[in-house]
Design a protein around this ligand. Structure first.
Ligand SMILES: Nc1ncnc2c1ncn2[C@@H]1O[C@H](COP(=O)(O)OP(=O)(O)OP(=O)(O)O)[C@@H](O)[C@H]1O
Length: 528
């Protein structure tokens, strides 16, 4: 095994100059290759794929090497290891193989597809409310909200026994009279969609044949997802009509829309309301802007949303939801919901490395890295684990090798459709495979509570080739609620990746200890 550590420490000064030079070059080629090599799912947005729910709910067959160890594609060709250039380069950020870059829309949709349950959180709600005339209170049951009986049945049919943390406080205000305007931020999976869908359904009057509730979503797929939830909750409200103002849905010029609840993307909604005059915005009583943080990623969406909002009646209830809340979202939120909104924030539980034992293994090349992984899996009993690779090519290659060695491996990379990715994640979460090999497409997408070992086959670096500490934390870190201890193993195969490791170690001020992959006893010890 190499001793990169000693060598690098000795050469630090001259190396850092070289690294910097390399990073500039790497950054350029990386940028090019990434955009050129985007996977099919990256085309999501208004101009993309069909209804997303089918694949996820119907469990679309995960493609290629995902299930049962079917041979992953590329690495299969002759079974050759990805060239040193590819792997080393990827770790350094200079590979021709595209690293998977996930758009906000994709990330958001993936989360929606995999959150079949509420995400629990320990964080406290933060509430900002300026209007003292509408005191806030919270409810512990759905009964306490005096919902229409058929709506309450719909809520229970969905398996909701009690309001989620954000719903406890948001729902009474959302359903109050006079209606309150609200800006609510909490991470994906905490019950925002259910909250505003319930609000729309409780305010809609199906005897009036025109749209009364309007919900804007950033993409076609996200709009359909919200529509699915609305349909489910409205299961017993048989006279309520739910319509979609999305690409491909047409309304003849001059004809009035008779749906009661309209869910759509800003472009098509603008056309229907402002151009075709099919919807009278003055009659909308609830206006929802969902996924504000994703919406602002597209300037056109922002402008169209503001234009639509301006046409609403002053008494319309205005609601804005977002998974994150930074300055840009705040500015946009205030343009959409300007008058004394109740602002509810539920912080994400902090991720930390406190319960994680971190190690690194030095290797000379990708074959040694593979050997180290093999030794690890052969020596300690690993429940479920995730292995992160820098490129699709390495991930495919590794999946094939591990499958040949008899491991039940799932493979997840950006060349899969979003619904396939969701299906693979769901299978893994159900324990159908023990190892999930992935590129960066997963780093923020999932919390798999039962994963106890994470292997960085390649350390995370930014597009510029710099150490990516944030991604490292997302891969390895756990939120307080999981409590369990975990194990992180980092593969180091070059001076450069050793420098990355050291930078990450310094950043978090937590030691990453060296592990000899051939020392069985030492490996046994780390798992105890
Ligand atoms: N009160 C509840 N009880 C049980 N499950 C709930 C409740 N509210 C929502 N859920 C479920 O929890 C999951 C996440 O809820 P929801 O989609 O509303 O969250 P969200 O914050 O809008 O997240 P995202 O933006 O990713 O959709 C869904 O599967 C939903 O059906």
């Amino acid at each position: 095994m190499a001793d990169w550590g000693a060598e690098v420490d000795a050469q630090e000064n001259s190396l850092s100059a070289k690294v910097e030079k390399l990073q500039v070059t790497a950054g350029q080629s990386k940028g090019q290759s990434t955009s050129a090599g985007a996977g099919p799912a990256q085309a999501s947005g208004e101009a993309s794929a069909p209804a997303p729910s089918r694949g996820a709910e119907g469990g679309a067959a995960p493609s290629r090497g995902a299930v049962g160890g079917a041979a992953p594609s590329r690495g299969a060709e002759g079974g050759a290891a990805p060239s040193r250039g590819a792997v080393g380069g990827a770790a350094g950020g200079a590979s021709e193989e595209s690293e998977d870059k996930v758009s906000k829309e994709e990330e958001s949709l993936l989360r929606k597809l995999i959150h079949s349950k509420l995400v629990s959180t320990k964080a406290d709600l933060e509430i900002l409310q300026k209007d003292p005339n509408s005191p806030l209170y919270s409810v512990k049951t759905f009964e306490a909200l005096n919902l229409k009986p058929e709506l309450l049945r719909g809520v229970y049919d969905m398996g909701f026994n009690a309001p989620s943390k954000i719903q406890e406080t948001a729902l009474p205000a959302l359903l109050a009279d006079p209606p309150a305007n609200m800006i609510a931020q909490s991470q994906s999976g905490t019950g925002k969609t259910a909250a505003f869908v319930l609000t729309m359904l409780s305010r809609v009057d199906p005897s009036k044949n025109y749209p009364q509730c309007l919900c804007l979503a950033p993409t076609y797929e996200l709009a359909l997802q919200t529509g699915e939830v609305t349909k489910k909750m409205a299961k017993h409200m048989t006279s309520v009509r739910i319509g979609f103002a999305v690409r491909g849905e047409r309304i003849p010029h001059g004809q009035k829309c008779t749906d009661h609840i309209l869910i759509g993307t800003p472009g098509t909604v603008s056309d229907w309301c402002l151009k075709f005059k099919s919807v009278d915005l003055k009659k909308i009583v609830v206006f929802v802007l969902d996924e504000a943080d994703v919406m602002i990623a597209t300037q056109g969406h922002q402008d169209q949303s503001v234009r639509i909002k301006r046409m609403l009646s002053p008494s319309c209830q205005l609601l804005l939801f977002s998974a994150t809340y930074d300055e840009d979202v705040m500015k946009f939120a205030q343009a959409i919901v300007p008058n004394n909104p109740i602002i509810i924030k539920l912080r994400r539980d902090e991720e930390s490395l406190d319960n994680i034992k971190q190690y690194y293994i030095e290797c000379n090349d990708i074959d040694e890295k593979y050997q180290a992984v093999s030794n690890l899996y052969a020596t300690i009993s690993i429940g479920q684990s995730m292995i992160f690779c820098a490129t699709r090519r390495t991930a495919h290659w590794l999946a094939e090798k591990m499958t040949e060695d008899g491991h039940a491996v799932a493979l997840l990379s950006g060349d899969l459709e979003i619904t396939q990715r969701a299906a693979i994640i769901n299978r893994f979460r159900d324990g159908k495979e023990k190892v999930l090999i992935t590129t960066n497409v997963t780093a923020r997408g999932i919390d798999v509570t039962q994963v106890t070992v994470v292997v960085n086959f390649d350390l995370p670096v930014t597009m510029e080739g710099k150490p990516d500490c944030e991604t490292y934390l997302h891969r390895i870190g756990r939120t307080g609620r999981f409590g369990k201890t975990g194990l992180a193993i980092n593969m180091v195969d070059s001076k450069r990746s050793y420098s990355t490791l050291k930078a990450i170690e310094q950043h978090f001020r937590k030691p990453i200890e060296k592990l000899d992959a051939e020392d069985v006893e030492a490996i046994e010890k780390i798992s105890t």
